[in-house]
Design a protein around this ligand. Structure first.
Ligand code: DAH
Length: 356
């Protein structure tokens, strides 16, 4: 290779090495191989070369062209690779999770109340029964002695579910946990002693009502059950649940279609301070009564042989009273700050020593 060709090779190699990106690289490429490029110029001048030298010069130019083209292509490949690597480095993200510094979660106050009720009533020999959220109108109303046009059906602001079930009964979202009384009596021989915690639904929504809420139902069926058993059981439960040994409890005559006699149960509190236990005011807390003979009969239990009592209460309501929670709505908002304030450690489950 003659000196001028060697010089072009050296010059081009240096320019390629100095080209830091694809734009600079392209400028080098055009300057060498472009229409007015240095190599192109040399090739054009080949015709002017003396015929005896032309062959050797032509071969040398061809070799040079091959070498330059290869060097230019190689530089492009390395610049592209570097650009890709730079982009990947820029877009890198850390997909590993940092360790959680605080406990993963807390027990919701509703769950906590249910656990406490299971513990307290469990100590009194109650089992837990469950039923479906979508009920039929016979179990939710009819079997409980609430006939078709009874005002209680309107009072409860029922959500009706379109369509009938397999037995041709209207489907409803259960308005209370009482239909599980019916299910339990139909499925189980007495004696029966169950509580039924669960979700219930009514078309009602304001600061103290939610369309979905929770109740706990209680049912005892045995021989020789009297109002005295009902009162003793509920007084023991209420005093243990609220943790006040001297909590005043009052039974006030009332009406429910499914019990006879029926009683509303009040606890003593101070209306002004909201403090439970004293103060001379009464706060209604639950409904109860002796299971109506018609309900027993509807559920295949002979009322001449078996008697029983039942009760029902709102879980949110007793939870709010016990823990001084002023508003119902945050119960369902999944706000972790609220839960940190009112929630309970999963490692401190409801203990029987709190109980009866
Ligand atoms: N089911 C009633 C309600 O939702 C509560 C209730 C009252 C349940 C008296 C009972 C009971 O078992 O005996 O308002």
């Amino acid at each position: 290779m003659t000196d001028d060709l060697l010089a072009l090779k050296t010059e081009t190699d240096a320019a390629l090495a100095a080209a830091g990106d694809l734009r600079a690289w392209d400028a080098v490429r055009v300057a060498v191989l472009g229409r007015n490029g240095s190599l192109t110029g040399l090739l054009k001048e080949l015709g002017k070369v003396a015929p005896e030298e032309r062959r050797a010069r032509g071969a040398a130019l061809n070799d040079l062209k091959e070498a330059l083209t290869a060097a230019i292509d190689a530089r492009r490949a390395s610049l592209e690779e570097a650009a890709l690597e730079a982009r990947l480095a820029g877009e890198r993200m850390d997909v590993t999770l940092p360790p959680r510094l605080s406990p993963a979660g807390l027990v919701h106050p509703i769950s906590r109340t249910m656990e406490e009720m299971a513990a307290l009533f469990g100590a009194m020999g109650f089992a837990i029964a469950e039923g479906p959220d979508i009920e039929d109108d016979w179990r939710n109303f009819g079997a409980l002695n609430i006939p078709a046009h009874h005002p209680a059906r309107q009072d409860m602001d029922t959500f009706y579910v379109p369509g009938l079930d397999a037995d041709g009964r209207q489907r409803v979202l259960r308005t209370h946990t009482s239909p599980v009384q019916v299910r339990t009596m139909l499925n189980q021989e007495p004696p029966i002693r169950v509580i039924v915690p669960g979700r219930t639904y009514r078309a009602d929504h304001d600061a103290t009502h939610s369309p979905m809420f929770h109740q706990v139902e209680g049912l005892v069926i045995d021989r020789g059950i009297t109002l005295g058993h009902l009162k003793g059981c509920l007084i023991d439960f209420l005093r243990a649940f609220f943790g006040i040994d001297t909590l005043p409890v009052r039974f006030r005559s009332s009406y429910f279609p499914f019990t006879e006699p029926s009683m509303e149960v009040d606890i003593g509190w101070n209306r002004k301070t909201g403090e439970l236990g004293g103060g001379g005011d009464w706060l209604e807390i639950l409904g109860s009564g002796m299971v109506h003979p018609k309900v027993l009969a509807n559920c295949g239990i002979d009322p001449r042989e078996w008697q029983g009592f039942a009760f029902g209460m709102g879980i949110e309501r007793v939870t709010m009273l016990k823990h001084g929670i002023p508003d119902l709505r945050p119960f369902y908002e999944s706000d972790i700050r609220w839960l940190r304030h009112y929630g309970f450690s999963a490692l401190a489950p409801a203990m029987l020593h709190e109980g009866v």
